[in-house]
Design a protein around this ligand. Structure first.
Ligand code: WTA
Length: 651
């Protein structure tokens, strides 16, 4: 049996950055990239120490890295730092207090501009309010908020006093809140009455109340008034954020904490049903987030940056709060859905706020393609100079549309590979330097020793598929799984000794570019060939009739696994047996007969997590047993599953 992961998608187009872009970029050519990269990996500790030196340390470190007890890394030992001070006070002290930190837009269209000075005061007051209610350094604070400026302020307020935040995505249920409270043993919560989503109020406070009927370790709930919806306030426990913040001093000293002081826990799903609490610490994490933001988004003072992620995901942590703010960036923050009131909302925001750098996810891009170009054509997107993508492999079809339609062929695209665990982007183009190929995150970031290994631990040759690993520690790496160091070791460090296993399958092409095939658990084995589900999906989506596709395996007596494709078609396209046949042949033509789906199932929507990832586990259950038994708490739209199971809207 062939044990190599085969990556047989062929994509040969190359896009080099325009001279006008490169000329003003931090890194201007591939020669410059190579020089910095070689230096950085020859001595990563020195390179990272140089980057950490751009931050403000209250006390310098005396040891860059302690890797004597792998996989438990410690960076910048002896150093003392306050993360919030680096994101706020530093800019105010430098005379940039009037610079706008957040240009916020609510879903109903209300707007607020918040300067760095104003944000600093918000954060200090919130920090003092937390302190006034007994929250101390090391205590865990759960944050469950809509995308409003107070969400960022709440995170930074925790950081300022050394409390450990755990943000729970506002789309999660009361059960998810309860599970995370129990695991983190949080003692305080910051939430809001509600948040706007597709014209409706999400009852955040009511969800917190429900979670707290099953967990009694919380002494204080601070509630931001956002929607004015009715909420129940429990005497002695629940308090209005506004009142509490008004009652305390506007200034809160920024105490220096150890570089390894915990900054946050963020829960993410693993291969088991129990979410993993990814732990990030202070000095190293901030170094990673700040440095990658500056180089990968080529941050310039004149930029207006917009990352469309929610602060409930790691992308919101690293590229809305910590990375951009450590750089004193001006950002757009948007509360609501991309299609409210209509599918042109994002393009209108870009035009209205003159966004220059835009960072979103392939799943969103495909939704925009499906919605139609007429929504894009209504708005002037000429302020854009750089585009980014994150969260899953971007299929070349979506990449080209993004490049042509949104970027007008002018903007480089940084396809950024990273994970909740890595804290910061690890593989990405450097936009002024790297020639781009649609569908690849290209080369490792400075200081990152990424490789692809086979089962025996040998490095794979060009275009040979294997497991993506990081061979040396990096400052923003997760430190452990909260409360479960054994699972931390078993999940990431047991396959190859002292080497981080990302859990993604990948190949490296002849130019050293990394092509991520997808999660290893999403890799199929068809007739002894391993096949990336993402590749089959990409092939399907390259057909003009297809909007989105998800591919899973199902047991097959002859081939080991057969390929089942769930396909949503573009608006107005009729589905038929003929189209299914055409799509099977299309995949065979794009990749090869081996990848030809055995079964094409048309679906109105695909079941997705609220962060936009297709829930393949559900699809696998559907194709193998015809029904779903497992946990569906992270599912966006329950009707999607019901209809795939053939139950339609009965429930
Ligand atoms: C996938 C999101 C291909 C990958 C920041 C990874 C990607 C997982 C990319 C982490 C990309 C993320 N190309 N795949 N540019 N970015 N992934 O923890 O499978 O939500 O392991 O972090 O998303 O997802 P997470």
């Amino acid at each position: 049996m062939n044990t190599n992961i085969e990556s047989i998608l062929n994509e040969h187009r190359v896009f080099t950055p325009a001279a006008t872009f490169s000329g003003q970029a931090h890194v201007k050519s591939m020669e410059d990239y190579e020089a910095i990269y070689q230096k950085s990996v020859a001595d990563p500790e020195s390179w990272w120490a140089e980057q950490a030196g751009h931050l403000h340390w209250q006390q310098p470190w005396n040891q860059i890295l302690d890797w004597s007890n792998p996989p438990f890394a410690q960076w910048f030992l002896g150093g003392k730092i306050n993360v919030a001070e680096n994101c706020l006070d530093r800019h105010v002290t430098a005379g940039k207090g009037d610079r706008i930190a957040l240009r916020w837009e609510g879903e109903p269209g209300d707007r607020r501009d918040i300067t760095y000075s104003q944000l600093l005061e918000m954060v200090c007051r919130a920090a003092n309010a937390l302190k006034a209610h007994g929250v101390q350094a090391g205590d865990r604070v759960l944050i469950y908020m809509p995308m409003i400026p107070e969400a960022a302020a709440a995170m930074l307020a925790c950081a300022r006093i050394g409390a450990v935040h755990s943000v729970v995505f506002g789309g999660f249920s009361a059960t998810a809140i309860k599970d995370r409270l129990e695991d983190s043993k949080a003692t305080a919560i910051i939430t809001a009455d509600g948040g706007w989503r597709r014209g409706n109020v999400v009852p955040l406070k009511a969800n917190v109340d429900e979670a707290l009927t099953q967990y009694d370790g919380v002494h204080t709930v601070l509630v931001v008034k956002r929607c004015g919806n009715d909420v129940t306030m429990t005497e002695g426990r629940d308090r209005w954020w506004d009142e509490e913040c008004a009652a305390v001093a506007a200034n809160c000293p920024a105490e220096g904490f150890d570089a390894e002081h915990p900054l946050y826990i963020l829960y993410t799903s693993g291969s088991t049903g129990k979410p993993k609490g990814i732990l990030h610490t202070s000095g190293g994490y901030l170094t990673g987030a700040a440095t990658t933001f500056r180089y990968i988004f080529d941050h310039q003072d004149s930029d207006v940056f917009w990352c469309t992620a929610d602060v409930g995901w790691v992308t919101g942590h690293s590229y809305i709060v910590y990375g951009p703010m450590a750089n004193g960036a001006t950002q757009v923050m948007y509360e609501g859905a991309p299609n409210t009131p209509d599918w042109d909302r994002f393009w209108k925001i870009i035009a209205d706020h003159k966004v220059t750098v835009f960072y979103t996810a392939p799943t969103a891009i495909r939704a925009f393609i499906k919605a139609g170009d007429q929504h894009v054509d209504k708005h002037d997107l000429s302020s854009l100079r750089l585009l980014g993508s994150v969260g899953e492999p971007i299929n070349p079809e979506a990449w080209i549309w993004y490049h042509q339609k949104i970027g007008a062929g002018r903007c480089p695209i940084v396809d950024t590979w990273w994970q909740t665990e890595t804290g910061a982007i690890l593989i990405s183009p450097i936009p002024g330097a790297t020639p781009l190929k649609p569908g690849t995150a290209t080369r490792p970031f400075f200081g990152i020793d990424a490789a692809i290994l086979d089962e025996t631990g040998q490095e794979c040759g060009p275009n040979e598929g294997g497991k993506l690993v990081i061979r040396k520690p990096w400052p923003s790496m997760l430190r452990t799984l909260w409360g479960d160091p054994e699972r931390f070791k078993a999940t990431y460090w047991s396959e190859y000794e002292g080497i981080y296993l990302a859990g993604d399958g990948a190949r490296r092409d002849e130019d050293g570019y990394f092509w991520i095939v997808g999660r290893l658990d999403d890799v199929l084995n068809v007739s002894g060939h391993r096949l990336g589900t993402a590749e089959v999906e990409s092939a399907l989506v390259s057909h003009p009739a297809v909007a989105e596709a998800a591919v899973v395996g199902r047991p097959d007596e002859i081939k080991g696994q057969g390929v089942v494709a769930f396909v949503t078609v573009k608006t107005g396209v009729p589905t038929s047996k003929e189209l299914a046949l055409e799509l099977r042949n299309h995949v065979a033509k794009e990749i090869g007969a081996i990848a030809k789906p055995d079964d094409i199932r048309f679906a109105a929507t695909l079941p997705k997590t609220r962060s936009g990832k297709i829930m393949r586990r559900l699809l696998k259950e559907i194709v193998s047993s015809g029904e779903v038994k497992g946990d569906v708490t992270t599912l966006e739209d329950f009707n999607a599953v019901a209809s795939l199971q053939g139950k339609g809207d009965e429930e």
